[in-house]
Design a protein around this ligand. Sequence first.
Ligand SMILES: [Zn+2]
Length: 129
Amino acid sequence: MLRRRKKFLQEGYNCVLCQDGIEETVEHLFFDCPTSVSRWFALGITWSANANIHQKIYIAKQGFGQPFFMEIFLIGAWCIWKERNGLIFDNKVPCIATWKTSFKSEVADHLIRIKQNLHPSISQWLHAL
Ligand SMILES: [Zn+2]
């Protein structure tokens, strides 16, 4: 645990989730990092290679097949950010099962902000995860 934190501090701006020595840019952290890719894949979201961020989101939204893609995308990104911060500041080892539980909890907490008519389909989608 301590070694991991120390390693992060020595590497400066590199991604801590994959520790592949890659700079932590927005694009890497949320779209290209193998840790993030596995989280998105668990939600049924894959990103197009050779596309900019706007194109990736647009293409993924078209393929998602549900009317609440942006809600899921924003909460998923928030949970990736929290997982990253948990590792850096609290030495919490990334775990997809824990991430998924956190994601489901965040979606439930944010239902109040999501259109009422989408609640049944979101709940059904969440149960199927
Ligand atoms: Zn990474």
